[in-house]
Design a protein around this ligand. Sequence first.
Ligand code: AMP
Ligand code: ZN
Length: 494
Amino acid sequence: MIRLHNTLTRRLDDFTPLSSDKVTLYTCGPTVYDDLHVGNWAAYVYWDTLVRTLQIDGYTVDRVMNITDVGHLVSDADEGEDKLEKGARRDGKTAWEIAEYYTQHFLDGMKALNLIPPTHIAKATDYISQQISLLRALKQRGCTYQTSDGIYFDTSTFPRYADFAQLDLSAQKAGARVDANSEKRQPWDFALWKFTEKGKVRDMEWETPADLLDTPPEDNKPVMGFPGWHLECSAIAMSLLGKTIDIHTGGIDHIPVHHTNEIAQSEAATGQRFANFWLHCNHLKINGGKISKSLGNGYTLDDLKQHGFSAMDLRMFILQGHYSNEGNFSFENLQAAHNRLQHWRDVACLRHQVHDRLHSDTENNDLRHDFSPSAAIGAVKEALNDNLETPRALAIVDKALTELDKKPPQKIYRAGLIEFLEFVDAALGLELLDSTPDIDDECKRLLVERRRARDNKNWVNSDELRDELLNEYGVVVKDTAHDTLWAYADEKPE
Ligand code: AMP
Ligand code: ZN
């Protein structure tokens, strides 16, 4: 059984889903006005680990992730411009083009990081009618009111509003900005639907259904508008997964506003609990400070590539931290993760160089049981089921692989090594097997030739062959006390 830190209870709770074999999971997706930075990716790598752990535990995971392509304003509290419309102006494109472009980049990044695709990826703009239906349900229950710039959720109709984030609303009231929207009944009421500013045309706008308006427009023209950011997550989650979902994930920044508002509007509409578990990942910092595009430190996967690092290096770096701790990104830390991954890959290469000694094993029990993967697999499972303790899981894998690396190859049980690597790939998604295919016959022939040259003490020829193997095949030769072994060269320039 998996234990998870539930923001709802502020405790580690044993998790059991509503259905015995299926977990419904909702993850707040990215706002697609720019490329994701390493901090954003950290969030998605952690939730991918959650999915992998649940799958290892035998559950089917029905997972939805939204794509915020409309409605997320520059400030999470309904102020400022829509990030998409702003991004469109920056890039000289329409909001639709920007959304399409960065959504594709996001999907490419997910692939590069080996993130398991959610069952549904739902764009907010594809769920306008569901958002309108939810808005209508809230209006019918008397939870909404209209101002000159939109339709708002009246939080006084939801007495538990402050509970989830343990908000001190009286302090918020005292600190409310004077120039903030004075038509709001409470400063923390939030927009469910915003009207397009008078005299403006947005790239993304929809007609506000007349029954949602308290007062019809004087000119009888359609009132154009767009959904508030929070509405999409509730509408998408409930229409695809049901009124109550098992787990909802997001970043800690979502707790006081976005998720508080999701809970208020969902639970006010249905009268049921929206999600049984809420998981939040802490933020990644850079050299101890905030990540922000304006500071020039919002490194994207492309930026990392330019520094010689792969998406898998980043994945390893992220998994080295625990999701609930603040992480610290630096290129030195990324280099350390890269080195660790390189070592794991070297050990993965051993599986092509040891014999499958099933027959001789029966004669020699000592050898057969030299490396049993089951203990290490069990320990990794235990770590992941303990609130996704990835640093501990990685330390266990490290220890097992380092021990293997020290053994004479004839003492490594090939099937056991493969079983372990398959499990590590399933749990941590680091593509150890895919990144270390066997070398081809010509490469093997060169290795044999080099070994012969070495045995004959023909050092010049041996060195030439070593260079050829490196330059032509990207393979490094390692002469150990036991044998000559090969592995893939580190492709990252120093
Ligand atoms: P956004 O595109 O701004 O909606 O953010 C996408 C996801 O990244 C959200 O789940 C945020 O909580 C998360 N996020 C943003 N900044 C960071 C950070 N520095 N570290 C970890 N997660 C972050
Ligand atoms: Zn959301």
